[in-house]
Design a binder for this molecule. Structure first.
Ligand SMILES: Nc1ncnc2c1ncn2[C@@H]1O[C@H](COP(=O)(O)OP(=O)(O)OP(=O)(O)O)[C@@H](O)[C@H]1O
Length: 768
């Protein structure tokens, strides 16, 4: 309300709704209160007088019991004042801005004095609203038409009279009222001044209150900060307390440990004390012993001095022995080099291409049973012997000393019934009779294994018709006695390598096992995918290699045996699939050997090729005529065997002519073995023969083939040897054998001691 901001608000003591605000409302000055109440009471008294006269229903300002009514709110008072003023048309101006009177029925009722009940009975029904209760410009209220004249005016006459009397009374009262008003106004202005002062005081008090409030807020902030700080400090202190507790606990534990340690130490000290006591006793004993030992030491010292002299002399001897050993080792190394050369020379003397002939024994299965008998065992011994002799071919071995000759004979009847005898003589480097053992054969071959470790390439072929004993010679049986050339040669190589280890040689070995079937290479150590993978032969400066084949590092002869067994099983699988393929294909086992001497820095590289050739039977004998596949096989075998014979023959002739072309490329086998056949390579062909008469023709074919390979240029045993041989050593020319000396032949001085050794009578050295 606008009035409340200008005037001190009067709080009725009876109102429960009005509570004091933050700041206490300043107390109304007693003078102002008294003057106001007296003014109100004056006005109310006036109104009461009026109302008592005109409106008896108005509420009395004084309670019936005489007590003064409580002070009403200013608005009500103002209304009352305004009402009174409006009724009086006088009085001071209102304290508040005059408000437009509300035209609600209730207010109208309160603002306008209600007419007496008698009047209300005669109130005109259609009185215009503008006429009722409108205040005139003079301040009077016109109640209805003011002009008398008609009949109704007479009825209003007493009222008008009364009104006039009231007016006059009021006029009489207005002078003291004006004076009262003036006094009241003075009081009001005083009050206003007082109110301003009070407002100022209030403002100051408010400002002070704000300052105090701010200070209070600051103080509460400080208190809050202090509280937080305090809480932090309390937390820190609690943590410290916890730490201290923990430390105390730890210290307590340490103290316990220290106590137990101390106890232990005390115990130990006790033990040590007793030990010290024992030691001092022992020391006493030792001192005595020491003295005795000192005496002994003196004796020993003198003997040591003597020994020192002996040691120095022994050291001198040892040094000289060491020097001698070094010299001897050096000599041994040189001797090893000489041995290698001499060994090679011996091999060359024997021939770089050698041919052995081996006739296998007659097997029980070779003896025809006849007469429905199933086996020779079911025959009588006489019958057996007769059958055996019938089955055997007529073979003679005339050279009982050197075992070099073999003679096949046959007798037949001509058309005239005359007996016709034929004989075929053949000579080879060695001929093995049917009763010869694997040991005897290997004895002749073993030196070739030595050549491998000396860095030469060696090829050993087994040649012959199917069933002549090639596989038996090369692979052999399962026992130690029947072991073939391959396992024996490999064992020999490993043995020699081990022996040479003491002379500084270290060897690494690798093996591969191939099969050549119908001019196709198969890897017997591979996955068994025969004829599927294409393998190519490559020759380069590092030697010969076949693409995509397994080359197995070898560390022991046992490993080689396992390798051979694997290859054999692969071949067997192929054989069942391909009609006894093993006898229709060449198998080539190659052992690569690399050696280095850590003492001399020398190195060497050799290879050992052990070849089991396919059966050499002719086309008609093989029964391949009707079978195109067999025919192709046989043609392929014959072609490759013929190519091998040509290469070996050409190699033999090359020594004569020097620039002879070697047809290695004519077959896969010869191309594969090119490096192992050429140069200083050693080649050995073991010709296997069947002893059976029915195989005579095949045997003769094989013998002719081997002869061609054995003596290409000198079919009549004319061998040439030596450029500058010693004439003294020439033997009678009864059995002339001359061999050509290779270019790499060592000097004469080195050759001669060898030549002076017991020399076969069939050898002679000549100049040419
Ligand atoms: N020197 C020998 N002593 C005893 N038995 C032998 C001898 N040579 C061969 N045999 C036997 O002769 C039979 C045929 O020999 P082998 O299988 O070695 O002939 P092959 O020429 O390799 O035949 P293929 O060409 O079919 O492989 C075998 O049973 C073998 O044990």
């Amino acid at each position: 309300m606008a009035s409340s901001s200008r005037l001190p608000r009067l709080q009725p003591s009876s109102s429960p709704d009005h509570q004091p605000t933050q700041l206490p409302t300043p107390a109304m000055p007693a003078s102002f209160s008294n003057s106001l109440s007296s003014m109100v009471s004056t006005r109310k008294r006036k109104a009461v007088d009026d109302d008592t006269a005109n409106q008896p229903r108005k509420l009395p300002a004084i309670a019936e019991d005489g007590a003064q009514r409580p002070i009403k709110p200013l608005r009500q008072n103002r209304t009352a004042i305004n009402t009174a003023s409006s009724k009086l048309g006088l009085g001071p101006p209102p304290l508040t801005k005059p408000r437009a009177p509300a035209f609600s029925g209730a207010r109208m009722t309160r603002a306008v004095s209600a007419p007496p009940k008698s009047i209300s009975i005669v109130r005109p029904v259609a009185r215009p609203p503008s006429a009722a209760g409108v205040r005139s410009a003079t301040g009077r209220t016109n109640f209805g038409p003011s002009r008398p004249g008609n009949g109704d005016d007479k009825r209003f006459l007493p009222l008008q009279n009364r009104m006039q009397s009231i007016e006059s009374g009021r006029a009489a009262d207005s002078a003291p009222l004006a004076a009262d008003m003036e006094a009241e106004r003075a009081k009001v202005s005083a009050l206003e001044t007082s109110r301003l002062a009070i407002s100022k005081e209030l403002e100051d008090a408010k400002n002070k209150g704000r300052v105090q409030h701010r200070e209070l807020m600051n103080a509460s902030d400080e208190i809050e900060a202090l509280k937080k700080k305090h809480a932090r400090e309390v937390t820190d202190l609690e943590m410290n307390v916890k730490k201290q507790d923990r430390k105390i606990r730890e210290l307590g534990e340490e103290l316990c440990l220290a106590r137990s340690d101390l106890d232990r130490e005390r115990e130990m000290v006790g033990k040590l004390k007793s030990a010290v006591a024992q030691q001092s006793t022992a020391q006493l004993t030792l001192t005595t012993q020491n003295q005795a030992l000192q005496a002994q030491l003196n004796v020993l010292q003198s003997s040591f001095n003597c020994s020192a002299d002996t040691v120095s002399s022994l050291r001198y001897e040892s040094d000289s022995a060491r020097k001698k050993i070094a010299e001897l080792e050096h000599e041994a190394r040189e001797a090893e080099m000489v041995r290698r050369k001499l060994h090679n020379m011996v091999q060359e003397l024997k021939g770089n291409i050698r041919v052995f002939c081996r006739v296998r024994p007659l097997l029980p299965s070779d003896i025809p049973t006849g007469n429905g008998r199933n086996s020779p065992n079911s025959m009588s011994p006489g019958e057996q012997e007769r059958a055996r002799l019938e089955a055997l071919a007529d073979i003679a071995f005339p050279d009982k000393r050197d075992h070099k000759d073999i003679v096949f004979s046959s007798s037949s009847e001509n058309a005239m019934g005359q007996e016709r005898k034929e004989a075929w003589n053949f000579g080879f480097d060695r001929v093995f009779e049917p009763n010869s053992t694997q040991d005897e054969v290997f004895e002749e071959i073993s030196q070739l294994a030595q050549s491998c470790t000396d860095g030469y390439n060696v090829c050993i072929f087994a040649y012959g018709q199917t069933g002549s004993g090639k596989s038996f010679t090369m692979e052999g049986g399962s026992t130690e006695a029947t072991a073939g050339m391959i396992p024996r040669a490999v064992e020999q190589v490993f043995r020699v390598a081990e022996e040479l280890r003491s002379k500084g040689w270290e060897y690494t070995m690798q093996g591969q096992f191939l099969e050549i079937y119908n001019e196709t290479i198969n890897d017997l150590l591979g996955k068994g995918e025969f004829d599927k993978k294409k393998h190519e032969i490559k020759h380069d400066k590092n030697g010969t290699r076949v693409t995509d084949v397994v080359v197995q590092p070898l560390h022991s002869p046992m490993q080689v045996r396992a390798l051979l067994a694997l290859a054999q099983s692969r071949r067997s699988v192929a054989a069942t699939l391909m009609n006894e393929r093993s006898s229709r294909s060449h198998s080539v086992f190659t052992l690569h050997i690399r050696g280095t001497n850590r003492l001399t820095g020398e190195s060497c590289e050799g290879s050992l090729n052990l070849v089991d050739l396919a059966g050499s039977e002719r086309l008609n004998a093989s029964g391949a005529g009707s079978d195109r596949e067999r025919l192709r096989e046989t043609q392929s075998i014959n072609k490759s065997l013929s190519a091998l014979g040509d290469v070996i023959a050409a190699l033999g002739e090359k020594g004569e002519k020097g620039d002879k072309h070697i047809p290695y490329r004519n077959s896969k086998l010869t191309y594969l073995l090119k490096n192992s056949l050429s140069g200083n390579s050693k080649t050995l062909m073991v010709l296997n023969l069947s002893p059976m008469a029915v195989h005579l023709n095949e045997s003769l074919c094989s013998l002719r083939f081997a002869t061609k390979a054995s003596h290409p240029a000198c079919q009549q045993h004319d061998y040439w040897y030596g450029k500058k041989a010693d004439q003294e050593l020439v033997t009678p020319l009864s059995n002339l054998v001359v061999r050509r000396l290779p270019r790499s032949t060592p000097s004469r001085t080195r050759v001669l001691p060898l030549l002076r050794t017991p020399f076969p009578s069939s050898f002679v050295i000549v100049n040419y």
